[in-house]
Design a protein around this ligand. Structure first.
Ligand code: SF4
Length: 477
């Protein structure tokens, strides 16, 4: 049986199987009389725990038996054949995240206001979500079953929060015993079985920086190419993080870190042929320095962790401005942005399709509106939008929105809330306002402070659009 190693407070009783949420009309599943709310508990005699198991156990199989539990409790076996690769026409319930059992000193949950959206308090540590979405896990409470599953189902790559390879330091950061913090055996198992890993270091001044950081990066680089890359991102403290062991990240600290890591990056490029250790964009922005060039990032292995997003945006925007009059260049710029900014998790209902109408050249020159973003990215976006205004005659304004909801060092666009947007609504100019799409929850139109998109929309003086970076490029292009 699959073992969910969870902290008692968040233990969820899981019934075996995976629940069907949708059956495509006219598809194979409908023919088999499968219905929403049916639970597939076995495929060819093997237990199914979630849709990943279902995918794994049906892959390549043409002769199948499903054991299905109907909502009324009846259990039926359905035997059937399918064409090779034939789709079942089924959608399943989402994976219920397994919870971590750590007490990291910098845990984001401790930095949440008490009224934040409940899902912000979910401490997910799940190898399945790591594989599917690039969520980081510490591996410190991963069970033998989960280790076996990674290897057996080739759930590769995995994203691992290492933080420090020095055991004492790692245990201190994770708030667990050294025995628990020690993942050397697990890492060896994964690497020996050719599971690729991407590592992360959440950099906490005075704890895992300096000599510790150098040791961590060198130790991890020793496992390249199986450890593919390492992201170093700064700890972000809200006004609710009052733990005295933590020190805020300053511009001087960022400048020192850049200098230190640049030396290592140079060395890795020489010995490994790749940069390997990447600093988060926030570190360059806080240091007041330019982000590195396109070449530095290779194929952007850690872009989902905020590493290289600014460079991608700048390059895409440059292409957009340079190729404003050429359709192929405009398309190229948008495609480039789409490739890296996936934003797959924003709720579809929050999309506002009519915005596309503004994209004709005549309308572009009349664009008057406000683009809201976090204080950190605002200067960069503002510079590019300034160029765009000069080139097109549009009057777009970039509005840096202070994050008063979380407060502290939080200045990234992704953590802006409904309350933050409303606090600056009097500064909106023009006919519409754009907010970053990823500030809205993936599966329902709700913001981080629990405000619904509808509530926000009703209180704004102008129409509000949520756009991701490709969406913004498409709109402007
Ligand atoms: S930071 Fe992540 S691993 Fe650490 S306690 Fe919080 S949720 Fe768990």
């Amino acid at each position: 049986m699959y073992e969910f190693a969870v902290t008692p407070a968040v233990t969820q009783l899981r019934r075996p199987g995976v629940i069907i949420t949708e059956v495509t009309p006219g598809g194979l599943a409908e023919e088999l009389e499968l219905r929403p709310d049916d639970r597939i508990i076995k495929v060819n005699g093997r237990t199914v725990r979630d849709y990943l198991d279902f995918r794994f156990q049906t892959a390549g199989e043409t002769e199948l038996t499903f054991r299905v539990k109907k909502p009324d409790g009846e259990t039926v076996d359905i035997e059937f054949d399918r064409e090779e690769g034939e789709d079942f026409g089924l959608n399943f319930e989402q994976i219920v995240p397994r919870q971590c059992a750590n007490e990291c000193i910098f845990c984001f949950c401790k930095g949440n206001p008490t009224d934040a959206r409940p899902s912000l308090f979910v401490r997910d540590e799940d190898i399945r979500l790591s594989f599917l979405y690039g969520n980081y896990t510490t591996l410190s409470s991963i069970t033998d079953d989960e280790m076996k599953r990674i290897v057996e189902q080739r759930l590769s790559p995995q994203y691992v929060s290492v933080h420090a390879t020095d055991l004492k330091t790692r245990a201190y950061l994770l708030g667990v015993s050294e025995v628990r913090a020690d993942i050397s055996g697990k890492l060896k198992t994964l690497l020996d079985n050719d599971i690729e890993l991407h590592a992360q270091v959440v950099l906490c001044p005075g704890i895992n920086d300096g000599v510790q950081l150098e040791k961590t990066l060198r130790d991890l680089a020793g496992h390249y190419p199986k450890v593919v890359s390492t992201a170093v991102v700064p700890v972000a403290l809200t006004r609710y993080n009052t733990d005295e062991r933590l020190t805020r990240v300053t511009p001087e600290f960022c400048q020192r870190t850049i200098k230190q890591v640049e030396k290592l990056q140079k060395e890795f490029r020489k010995t490994l042929g790749v940069t390997f250790a990447f600093l988060g964009d926030e570190i360059y922005l806080k240091a007041g320095m330019d982000v590195p060039s396109r070449r530095h990032y290779g194929n952007y292995p850690q872009i989902e962790d905020g590493v290289g997003m600014v460079r991608t945006f700048l390059n895409g925007f440059e292409k957009l401005l340079a190729g404003r009059k050429t359709e192929s260049k405009r398309v190229e710029a948008v495609q480039l942005a789409r490739q890296f900014f996936k934003n797959v998790r924003t709720h579809p209902d929050a999309r506002v399709p009519e915005l596309k109408q503004a994209a004709s050249p005549a309308k572009r020159s009349r664009l008057r509106g406000t683009i809201m973003t976090g204080e950190m990215f605002a200067p960069i976006l503002g510079e590019q939008i300034g160029k765009y205004n000069r080139a097109t005659g549009s009057k777009l304004k970039v509005l840096a929105v202070p994050n008063t909801y979380f407060g502290g060092d939080v200045a990234v666009a992704g953590l802006l809330t409904g309350q933050d947007y409303l606090r600056v609504k009097d500064e909106i100019d023009g006919d519409f306002v754009v907010i970053p799409k990823h500030t809205i929850k993936s599966d329902e139109p709700i913001l981080l402070d629990g405000m619904t998109f509808e509530e926000l929309r009703s209180q704004m003086p102008v129409p509000i659009y949520d756009l991701d970076t490709p969406g913004l490029m498409e709109f402007l292009g």
